[in-house]
Ligand binder design. Sequence first.
Ligand code: ZN
Length: 417
Amino acid sequence: MREAHQDAVSRVSEERLWRRHVEMAAIGAIPGNGVNRAALSKEDIAARKVLIGWARDRNFEVGLDAIGNLFVRRPGHDAAAAPVMTGSHMDSQPRGGRFDGIYGVLAALEALQAIDEAGVKTRRPIELVAWTNEEGGRFPPCTMGSAVHTGARELEDFLDVRDNEGVALRDALAQALAATPGLAQRTLRAPAAAYIEAHIEQGPLLENAGKTIGVVTGIQGLRWYDVEVFGKTDHAGTTPLALRQDALRDAVNIIAALHELTRDATDTVRFTVGRMLVTPNSPNSVASHVLFSVDLRHPDPATIDRLAKAAEATAKNAAKQCKVTVTPTLHDGPCVFDPGVIDAIERAANELKVPSVRLPSGASHDAMYMARVCPTGMIFVPCENGVSHNEAENARPADLAAGARVLTAALLALAND
Ligand SMILES: [Zn+2]
């Protein structure tokens, strides 16, 4: 590694990186050491303002695109060169942790700041991005900001999505954009030379293997469905069971059948029903309508296609009394990362003598959409017991800093390509 690059890496500060995690974790803090920072909420806006403040302290240019993705740029010396990008997201699950997403944003800022303090000139700009609404917990689906930015989806597709309180994304987005005025306008579909996302692993593999860095090779395939069961509401005390069209009873039957369909001996299939809306949702009324989500994942394209095809027929056959519709809402991957970026990350880890291992990602990330438009890779760091999407999510300051050092070295290698 060049001396100037070593200088930049050595300026990555474990203490500063940790302090910023603590400060961000206070925004939307919930009992049990967790964070609830829903996309485009007042907490999300507060976190954006803190990040913008840190970026302005270093005189980095801050920009926003039409879906509220936030960009922090350190210029390169070749004005025509597309940037090397790095980042993640600042929104969280309703009962999320202090590291999911925000780590990739703060590690990116740490890398930018360390490179800036070392005065390293790069050919390409290096640009931090904080993607809007990665989690999709408030406004489904997930990875919305990167999907729109890369042109995989249109912004218009999502403007009428409403949260559980009935607030439209259109209005929440307008409010968030207005809350951070005076930023540079960034276009959607801007070219990028490469993208690296740092993230906690959200699984137990690194910890079990005793490794500090996961060099991520790709992301498993993901399918989302809305299953709707249409019944008829009746009095719970007077209507004989045989005469009912009980939407919730059938929903339970369908979920049990889907569990059977997706059961596998190797425990590789991921099947989850995590959201259910019951109408009228009253203890003494038979449910007239149930809507529930299905999240289905597998790394093998043929397997996930087979399961996805079988899911609709299985759901319809399992319903005894009601009409059922199955609507696909998301279809992603599997995706394979770029060999050049994978090598750059692995080489950086080796040069810094940080133990690493190659592994696939079980969770979806914004990197999935970036991989469609530029060479992309990810850096994982361990999280305690693999726990994530949970208040108890935890990571060690030294591991977070090691990941930021590997990120810094890999960004510098790519920014001079
Ligand atoms: Zn995340």
